[in-house]
Ligand binder design. Structure first.
Ligand SMILES: [Fe+2]
Ligand SMILES: [Fe+2]
Length: 439
């Protein structure tokens, strides 16, 4: 978004909001200003969804623009958000005129009455506008990540022990994962950079659950469906537990017979999960069809009615994690290279639009990228700052003389400092494992 558009959008939002405060319901000014505002937002949301507007340490931001020196409307926006006691709002593609009007009416009313705007919006069934508040404890990315590990571990143990797996904890953790991702967009994704080479299927399952959520967020999936994505992502390869482990872990090429066996894992997975009561159809489809390509080649091949779009999203997550993970027969590929390779199979193996949304969401320098700066230092992208995916949190691994830092320093690269980046570095060429920096 250009800075001019950023100022303009805040002006329109504040002006529409003020018209709701000043004029009674049905007044032409309310309708006209809200319509102009909705049209402006629709243009921006067509380009990028969700769109975030909020406060970071009392300073207003919209997407990557921080208004450190606010104009009148921007100062008013800070007052509105502060009076509502919220950190911001998040707007999604599809935001309607009626939803925007309801938001303005409810928020002016809540400021007067002191009522909670989040509760008011939930009861009004607003789907494309969400309140952003501070993170709760059980939504903390590290806590959520550890509970995801435990939940997947429990399922794997149940299956190894010949029991029908219990999915209670995985359902709870899916919910917390979604909350965590909704509140801190990229923090959980950073933890999917932790790779456990010796325990591939297990680690891959947790990672695909997390990455699927990132794909789902990028595609504007509703939070309830996001829970299904996390759930399905975490158990998508469950059928591999029924394939001989020496085939799963075999280095080098598989024989034709071994290939046939490994290709049975989606069917084996469905056999396992249909023993459990109440598994949603979408989740069964993710387990069954995550190797069925976008062009419907792949496996298993059988006549099949329309599949949920969530299946295509898990497939993208599965590719991304498999590519970026070291395996006995494969060098891990850095994130930017993984994106390039995925684009090669866009529209063939992978859903082209979902893939583009995902790539856009990851940003030019996805978390996990190792970058050389003009100063010759080498930094690892460990996360994003409050201004989005052009505001990098980095960790300096190599100093300008090329020495590995014993105690790496973390700092931030702001959107206007991106020109310091001069190229990619392959972690393997520097003999490092980036996983350890995300622990
Ligand atoms: Fe699989
Ligand atoms: Fe997989």
């Amino acid at each position: 978004m250009e800075i001019r558009q950023a100022h303009h959008t805040i002006n329109m939002l504040v002006s529409a909001w003020q018209s709701h405060r000043m004029y009674p319901e049905g007044h032409p000014s309310r309708v006209q200003k809200t319509r102009q505002c909705q049209e402006q937002l629709a243009v921006l949301l067509a380009d990028k969804s969700p769109l975030r507007i909020g406060l970071v340490e009392d300073t207003l931001f919209i997407e990557e623009h921080l208004f450190a020196d606010p104009h009148i409307a921007e100062a008013e926006a800070v007052d509105i958000l502060t009076s509502l006691e919220i950190d911001g709002v998040e707007l999604e593609r599809g935001l309607s005129l009626a939803e925007l009007q309801t938001f303005f009416s409810l928020s002016t009313a809540c400021i007067q009455s002191g009522d909670d705007i989040e509760t008011a919006l939930t009861s009004a069934n607003i789907r494309h506008l969400r309140i952003v508040t501070l993170l709760q404890d059980d939504e903390n990315p590290n806590i959520v990540y550890n509970s995801a590990i435990k939940a997947v571990d429990q399922i794997f143990k149940d299956i190894h022990g010949g029991r029908v797996p219990s999915t209670d904890s995985i359902r709870t953790v899916s919910k917390n994962m979604v909350q965590s991702v909704l509140r801190q967009e990229h923090a959980l994704f950073a933890l999917a950079q932790i790779k456990d080479y010796d325990n591939y299927t297990f680690n891959h399952s947790v990672n695909v659950g997390i990455i699927s959520l990132t794909v789902g967020r990028a595609c504007g999936v509703h939070p309830q469906q996001l829970q299904l994505l996390a759930f399905g992502g975490m158990i998508h390869d469950i059928g591999k537990l029924k394939i001989p482990v020496d085939i799963i872990t075999k280095p080098g090429r598989l024989t034709q017979l071994e290939l046939v066996q490994i290709r049975r894992h989606p069917d084996r997975g469905v056999e396992l999960i249909t023993q459990i009561e109440g598994i949603p159809k979408e989740v069964i489809d993710m387990v069954h069809y995550h190797h069925l390509h976008y062009n419907r080649t792949g496996y298993p091949q059988q006549s099949q009615p329309e599949l949920s779009p969530l299946v295509d999203m898990v497939t993208i997550a599965d590719h991304y994690d498999a590519m970026t993970t070291h395996r006995s027969y494969q060098r891990p590929v850095p994130p930017r290279e993984a994106i390039r390779r995925m684009r090669h199979v866009s529209g063939i193996d992978l859903h082209p639009e979902f893939l583009e949304y995902f790539i856009y969401h990851l940003g030019e320098y996805p978390v996990g990228s190792l970058l050389r700066l003009a100063s010759s230092e080498i930094v690892l992208v460990t996360g994003f700052g409050s201004l989005g995916n052009q505001h990098l949190k980095v960790c300096r691994l190599f100093n300008a003389r090329g020495t590995l830092e014993a105690d790496p320093v973390s700092y931030e690269l702001l959107p206007d400092e991106m020109d310091q980046i001069v190229g990619d570095v392959d972690p393997l060429s520097r003999g490092i494992d980036i996983s350890i920096y995300f622990d």
